[in-house]
Design a protein. Structure first.
Length: 152
């Protein structure tokens, strides 16, 4: 007479249950990591905004609970900087300006990828296009944009 522990069905069922539990735990961990990253980005942007004395940006970000997504948001938060960018470089698109604002705030590349939902390849190609439109190189892009955002 076989016991339940000697039954192959029991062991197969046990393995399947453990596998499903492992998948669910890994999925939950992935979601928590994404949430943590989003919170870190929000905190970073808020801290950077304070350092740059953009009180209007800080209040707007607190109300929105995230990063600026539309051209109207960017214009409202960085009116003079966005106007300066779009007037000096009229060929820049809305996405270009969004990327430049994030670069200007000092947001890390991997965080920009997260905020804009771009792949790494798309992001670096976008940087090359932006640099061409601005008449600079991709390597100098960060310095040029940060200078614009730190100057009054």
């Amino acid at each position: 007479m076989k016991t339940i522990l000697q039954s192959p069905e029991f062991w197969i069922t046990l393995v399947v249950v453990i596998f499903i539990i492992t998948l669910l735990v890994n999925y939950r961990i992935t979601l928590l990591k994404r949430q943590l990253t989003d919170l870190k980005i929000r905190l970073f942007v808020n801290q950077r905004a304070q350092a740059m004395e953009h009180q209007a940006l800080l209040e707007q970000l607190r109300q929105q609970g995230g990063s600026p997504r539309t051209m109207q948001d960017l214009q409202a938060l960085f009116g003079d900087k966005v106007t300066s960018l779009t007037s000096r470089y009229p060929s820049l698109t809305e996405l270009d300006v969004q990327v430049l604002v994030l670069i200007g705030l000092g947001v890390e590349n991997h965080e920009i990828l997260r905020l804009t939902n771009m792949s790494k390849r798309t992001y670096y190609k976008r940087r090359q296009l932006i640099a061409q439109r601005m008449g600079t190189t991709a390597a100098q892009l960060d310095a040029v944009v940060r200078q614009l955002f730190t100057s009054n």
